[in-house]
Design a protein around this ligand. Structure first.
Ligand code: UDP
Length: 415
């Protein structure tokens, strides 16, 4: 870690103990020719949800290897975010009436953001559908890449028809898994997200720190904890989690904690949160607190973590809990299928009944919990830590540099 007036920034070398000095040296060496490259990420929220979580650590690590990386967040009216949330839902298989009025508001807000943001970077990485049309308003100086984090198993066809020609203006599209591949002229790549093991959310906490956090919020620890931590979003199936817990507690005693938050670009969150509150009881705790150490404490202390999503591009929460060696039950959907190998490092479930049965099985069997948890941690260490993702981005930047250099030299040869 670098220390600057006692503030610490994670350096790539901090990962040596987890990934080996050789691999870290290789990544640093790969990045060396990119020193000074000017890159920006663009997304629609600075806080809440996996994209913001990922960007806060990834942008810093990119800077640490010499790539000058910034992060812009677009602004918009509540109307705009209500439309983009509908688009988000439709891309994940929901319905949308993408009327002329909605389209106008969407395009107008993006135009306004394009005027306010002066983008002349060597690489531009645009995340998710919200800022997608920004590309229409700039003269490209280098490659623009669209990075989609959603579960793209069944995108709404009409919306996709509107989006595809805009995506095709990009030099590449990155999706989380191969299954999400779409019919597009733009080359598609597949990068799974990753977590920062040194963040407050993921670093190892002492037993004392964990208990202090849980006591602070009066979360009882006399019975095993079953936990789900998610944005309040229907795709995360919070109701299904409560039902599965109710089925399980016919056989075992436990406490359910649903911790959730609302991202600034998600206007539906409050409503989902409110609709859950009448399920609260002594042993069903539903709470919303912005406290990353609490997320860590719950994921660490839980006997079982659920991520019973109905759609999930890739579940950072799944990787976070697995990293803590906790047994995870995930919905058998989207990216979670590539994070959890059923019965090996966690369980995958398709129904409330299955989830309930797995909760019972895990609560009754500490050895099984420990075995799955151990393997889960190994999986994250091997595949889902940030340097792997950084390495993929470096590879991508380098491949484009070659293409652009070729284009430039052909251009000057013609002159
Ligand atoms: N999260 C949090 N507090 C909450 C709920 C969620 O800090 O109350 C974090 C969670 O730890 C994870 C991110 O929000 O880092 C959610 O990312 P994920 O990929 O699981 O889902 P998304 O919200 O992007 O659909």
């Amino acid at each position: 870690m670098k220390t600057l007036n006692n503030q610490k920034i994670v350096a790539l070398e901090d990962y040596e103990s987890l990934l080996g000095a050789e691999r870290i040296a290789r990544i640093r060496e790969m990045a060396e020719p990119l020193r000074g490259l000017h890159v920006t990420h663009i997304n629609s929220t600075y806080y809440g949800g996996g994209v913001a979580e990922l960007l806060s650590s990834l942008a810093l690590l990119m800077n640490n290897v010499g790539i000058q990386t910034g992060w812009r967040v677009i602004q918009g009216s509540p109307d705009f975010f209500s439309i983009t949330k509908k688009m988000h839902n439709a891309l994940q298989g929901g319905k949308i009436n993408f009327s002329g009025m909605k389209r106008n508001i969407y395009e107008q807000v993006i135009l306004e953001n394009s005027i306010r943001n002066h983008i002349d970077h060597d690489f531009v990485l645009v995340h998710d559908p919200q800022p997608l049309p920004m590309i229409l308003h700039y003269k490209k100086k280098g490659p623009w890449i669209w990075r989609c984090h959603l579960d793209m198993t069944h995108p709404d066809r009409i919306l996709w028809k509107y989006m595809a020609p805009i995506i095709e203006k990009y030099d590449a599209a990155i999706l989380s898994i191969m299954e999400y591949k779409q019919r597009l002229k733009t080359p598609q790549l597949f990068f799974m997200p990753a977590i920062d093991p040194f963040s407050i959310k993921n670093r190892m906490l002492s037993e004392k720190e964990i208990n202090e956090r849980l006591n602070h919020y009066r979360i009882p620890t006399d019975l095993p904890l079953v936990v789900q931590i998610s944005r309040f979003d229907r795709w995360k199936d919070p109701e299904g989690v409560i039902e599965a817990f109710k089925l399980a507690r016919k056989h075992v005693d436990a406490t359910l904690v649903l911790l959730g938050n609302v991202a600034s670009d998600d206007p539906e969150g409050q409503q989902v949160y409110q609709s859950l509150l009448n399920h609260r009881e002594e042993r069903i705790i539903i709470m919303s607190h912005e406290d990353t150490a609490l997320v860590n404490a719950l994921q660490s202390k839980a006997a079982v973590v659920l991520q019973k999503s109905l759609r999930e591009g890739f579940g950072l929460t799944v990787a976070e809990a697995m990293w803590k060696g906790t047994a995870v039950i995930g919905g058998k959907v989207g990216g979670i299928k590539y994070q959890i190998r059923d019965g090996v490092n966690g369980f995958l479930v398709s129904t409330i009944e299955e989830a309930g049965a797995r909760i019972v099985q895990l609560l009754k069997n500490k050895d099984l919990r420990q075995k799955l948890g151990r393997r889960a941690k190994e999986t994250v260490q091997k595949h889902f830590l940030l340097p792997r993702l950084l390495e993929q981005y470096i590879g991508l930047f380098k491949s484009f540099q070659t293409v652009y250099r070729l284009k430039e030299s052909k251009h000057s040869a013609k002159k």
